[in-house]
Write a protein that binds this ligand. Structure first.
Ligand code: PEP
Ligand code: MG
Length: 660
């Protein structure tokens, strides 16, 4: 029997979710397969599952055959549809927010002079931000090679035994590592993923096949690991490509046990040293004294490799993917690295040293000072809470926003949802997305902006006319009101999602009151429909973005019609100044601090405050520490920004309230 579903696992079935899925599948006697695009693999092998490269929102089928097939399908479909409700034994390694972008730069690291101008500079992949300078700790363990002889037929059974014992020893060692309390949740997830690779039939089966073919166990493991690593390398997913390094790392551990060798230890790394290696197993790094490591430089690896993930989660600057250039560092005494740009400088001169030392100190000071603000609820001097929320455009960004300490979402841009697909997203799909957001941030509010798209960013399913000035054309609320089929499906989805949390909705590009009244009429129509269909829904606060001069000038009237304002300074600046936000020639005029724009913001705030509605801001200016005090003075009580700016903004407000 079989059942199909859409995968809701965040980022798809990569390392940890694949492991969890396998763990569930193994709990059933039935043979279980997962099918995607007509390709079926055993649901009991995490390597095979990962290689199927199942992504979030893809359709898959779970097929089971056996006595407990119904239960197996129930449980596995349940996990795919609602992964959070399932097991949560180990934390999951995180993908970096800009996975694709960073990984793209990982493919061809080039040698180039460092930014300081000092020669002997190298450049690799900027894999973990921050700068570091310190003594070099070169870690180049010897290459492992097979015996290079063919086994006699009578030796094969014994070699398979030896191989199985080595696998068991590696698994046991990894289990012992996992049992350590000192391991962080993220590292625990990574080690657990490696243990699963060690235990997976794909690697062991491939190696045993090679031994049966007459290869010694070490050669067999090297071959098997290379084959599986090549499969991971061929998948169209940067995250899964990086799993190739994990397979090699596990293979290496098995080989070391077979050869009776110990790996070179990282235990002796001195305080603040820069770890340099051609390749470091994620397992080795997770067990290393990470607090002492000042930076990591590696020939292998990219922004999505486990080394990068570990480095990022421990705040260790890292430059990876240097390729053969890393050999130039074997004899270095001191090294400086910049994990933001990928620069590495061997034996830096005095000026470079001073520059790096200053940057390290400043960054450490700022970081240390800001993290304390993650959980702070910033208040004005009179005690009124200022909500510092996040601007996001996809569910993938939820985690970064929460990590930063976001007090909800002040702008969820829904355009990506529409642009990502070959067709318009269905009402159901939208409802699930908005509900997931609402649940993630409840009880904080999530402000979803209705579709703000125009001729400058066409999307499948909407025919845009050719326009001389798309920024002054058929975009945002104008287009939506002309296409109630699209608008109503979004409004219905939002009403349905509002059952799950604190959803608020705002309209973009408003320039006339009628746009609000017509939108509200459509919301009422949607409510009546949902009621008649007996579909659960909840009402939401309706607000508007203030981003056109017209909206500013009619703000007092608008304020009587809506529950809140959110000032979109990006567009407001371009429209007030008549300076295209995309045109570098007029960039000087496109300045939010221009008195014309600042007084437009002030007029808006005044109108909102007088009407007793919330006035917030979700344009880029909301995150500027130099402007935040002025906005608070004007009466804004909500500021929404990119997650990276949140802690600094909280600090600015707190300091302001204290009168420092
Ligand atoms: C704005 O215009 O300030 C805004 C937040 O919207 P966007 O940048 O998406 O146009
Ligand atoms: Mg805008």
């Amino acid at each position: 029997m079989e059942r199909s579903t859409i995968v809701r696992v965040h980022e798809g079935l990569h390392a940890r979710p694949a492991t969890r899925f396998v763990k569930l599948a193994k709990g059933f006697e039935s043979d279980v397969e997962l099918v995607k695009d007509g390709k079926a693999v055993s649901a009991k092998s995490s390597v095979k599952l990962m290689l199927l490269a199942v992504k979030e929102n893809q359709e898959v089928t779970v097929r089971a055959n056996g006595a407990d097939a119904i239960e197996a399908i129930e449980a596995l479909i349940g996990y795919l549809e609602n992964p959070k409700a399932g097991l949560d034994d180990e934390a999951e390694p995180q993908r970096p927010a800009n996975d694709a972008g960073q990984a793209a730069s990982s493919s061809a690291p080039q040698s180039m002079p460092a930014a300081t101008g000092q020669e002997n500079g190298l450049r690799g992949v900027a894999a973990s931000e921050g700068v570091a300078i310190g003594p070099a700790f070169a870690h180049f363990p010897p290459e492992i090679a097979g015996q290079g002889r063919m086994l006699q037929a009578e030796e094969i059974a014994g070699e398979i035994e030896r191989f199985r014992a080595a696998v068991a020893a590696v698994q046991a060692r990894m289990d012992r590592t996992l049992a350590h309390d000192s391991l962080s949740a993220a590292d625990r997830g990574i080690v657990a993923a490696l243990r699963d690779i060690a235990a997976d039939d794909s690697l062991t089966g491939e190696a045993e096949k090679a031994i049966r073919g007459g290869n010694d166990a070490v050669s067999a493991v090297i071959t098997a690991a290379s084959t599986i690593a090549a499969d991971f390398g061929a998948v169209d997913d940067h995250y899964l490509n990086a799993r190739a390094d994990d397979v090699h790392a596990v293979g290496r551990q098995i080989c070391l046990v077979l050869l009776g060798q110990d790996d070179v230890s990282l235990e002796s790394i001195p305080e603040g040293a820069i770890l340099i290696a051609d390749d470091i197993g994620a397992w080795d790094l997770a067990r290393a004294p990470l607090k002492r490591i000042g930076g990591v430089i590696c020939g292998h690896g990219g922004a999505t490799s486990h080394i990068a993930i570990i480095a990022r989660s421990h705040g260790i600057p890292a430059v990876l993917g240097l390729g053969d250039q890393v050999n130039a560092l074997r004899t270095a005494r001191d090294v400086a690295l910049d994990g933001n740009t990928g620069h590495v400088i061997i034996d830096p001169d005095a000026a470079t040293r001073a520059d790096y030392a200053g940057r390290v100190e400043a960054a450490a000071k700022e970081r240390a000072g800001l993290t304390a603000f993650k959980t702070v609820t910033p208040k004005r001097a009179d005690g009124k809470v200022i909500e510092v929320a996040a601007n996001i455009g996809s569910l993938e960004e939820i985690e970064a926003a929460q990590e930063a300490g976001a007090m909800g979402v002040g702008l969820f841009r829904t355009e990506l949802l529409f642009m990502r697909h070959m067709h318009l997203p269905s009402e159901d799909m939208q409802a699930e997305t908005y509900a997931a957001l609402a649940k993630a941030f409840a009880p904080y509010p999530v402000i979803v902006r209705t579709l703000d798209i125009g001729g400058d960013k066409p999307i499948a399913g909407i025919e845009f006319p050719d326009e001389e000035n798309p920024f002054l054309g058929w975009r945002g609320i104008r287009m939506c009101l002309d296409r109630p089929d699209i608008f109503k499906s979004q409004l219905r989805a939002l009403l349905r999602a509002a059952v799950h949390g604190n959803i608020k909705v705002m309209l973009p590009m408003v320039s006339d009151i009628s746009e609000v009244t017509r939108s509200r009429a459509l919301v009422d129509e949607c409510i009546a429909e949902l009621k008649a269909e007996a579909v659960p829904y909840a009402t939401f606060d309706l607000g508007v973005m203030i981003e056109t001069p017209a909206a500013v000038l009619i703000a007092p009237a608008l304020a009587k019609e809506v529950a809140f304002f959110s000032i979109g300074t990006n567009d407001l600046t371009q429209y007030i100044m008549a300076a295209d936000r995309l045109n570098p020639t007029v960039a000087k005029l496109n300045d939010v601090t221009n008195p014309a724009v600042m007084s437009a913001i002030e007029l808006t705030a005044k109108a909102g405050v007088a009407a007793g509605i919330m006035v917030g801001m979700c344009g880029e200016a909301a995150g500027r520490p130099d402007l935040i005090p002025a906005f608070i003075e004007m009466g804004l009580t909500e500021l929404s920004m990119s997650p990276a700016s949140i802690q600094r903004a909280k600090k600015t407000i707190t300091v302001m309230a204290a009168g420092d």
